[in-house]
Write a protein that binds this ligand. Structure first.
Ligand SMILES: [Zn+2]
Ligand SMILES: [Zn+2]
Length: 270
């Protein structure tokens, strides 16, 4: 299983990266053809991410989108995927599975600027998430974990085959946007790679929205993650401050997400 950072800037697109979007891929057998192929899931589609995603795969080959929540910095570019499939080269492709909180189709309509009855049946197949919803994309098993944010939000645990030894299962967890929560610690338990938001620093006093570096480091330690990849850091935030906060609670392998960086889950950076 492979993770490619497409967009990682917190709360908006930034000078170095689109907003939130992560591509997770694994090879499995397609039951329709009996042949092995690569399955692809996008975790969020924030502003600017669709074009960057296109550099890594043909958008027609996207199998699923996990929408962590309806904030614009995580869902804004879903409309580019919709246009590509309704009017562009993606026309005629099977609907993409879009797993998200209740109301995700309505969020798409709001961004599109349309109203019901457009349900995007030709482009999307919606799955409404609740805590612990399990769904599969090829050889990958995804489990939603309720977050604690200003709107309904879901992190996701993904288990799939190791790239080097497909008989071995590796795992990762993406927090989406969330403050610390037991459901998130549970979802991330023992993963090889924890992709955690650090939307705040200790200078931000608000609770129930984002984690600061101390809380994200503590999440990694409590979950027993193999590696922490810090993401969703706002473009104006001093990374040295975030690093010092993370290091006060986490002594294991630590990276800062960077657009274009590829990880072999369970093995490290490529
Ligand atoms: Zn966000
Ligand atoms: Zn948010």
């Amino acid at each position: 299983m492979r993770l490619t950072i497409i967009g990682c800037t917190g709360s908006m697109s930034g000078p170095a990266s689109p907003a939130s979007c992560y591509l997770v891929q694994a090879t499995g057998v397609d039951p329709a053809t009996g042949a092995r192929r690569v399955y692809s899931v996008a975790l969020d589609l924030g502003p600017g991410s669709f074009g960057a995603l296109w550099r890594h795969l043909d958008p027609r080959d996207l199998d699923a989108v996990h929408v962590s929540h309806g904030h614009a910095d995580h869902i804004g570019d879903i409309i580019s995927l919709q246009v590509h499939r309704r009017w562009g080269p993606g026309r005629g492709a099977a609907p993409v599975l879009v797993a998200g909180p209740a109301g995700t189709a309505e969020r798409v309509r709001q961004i599109d600027g349309t109203t019901e009855p457009d349900g995007y049946e030709d482009e999307f197949s919606f799955l409404t998430l609740v805590d612990s919803t399990v769904y599969e994309v090829g050889p990958m098993r995804l489990t939603a974990a309720a977050g604690r944010h200003s709107v309904e939000s879901y992190g996701v645990r993904i288990e799939g085959p190791d790239e080097a030894d497909p008989s071995r299962t590796v795992s990762m967890f993406y927090t989406g946007d969330t403050d610390e929560a037991e459901s998130i610690v549970r979802g991330a338990r023992g993963v090889d790679l924890l992709l955690s938001e650090v939307g705040f620093t200790c200078a931000d006093a608000a609770e129930g929205i984002h984690m600061n570096g101390v809380r994200a480091g503590s999440l990694a330690a409590r979950a027993g993650a193999g590696r922490l990849v810090a993401t969703h850091i706002q473009p104006w935030t001093d990374r040295a401050v975030v690093e010092a906060e993370l290091r006060s609670a986490w002594s294991g392998p630590l990276d800062f997400a960077q657009s274009g960086q590829v990880y072999e889950v369970g093995a490290g950076r490529r």
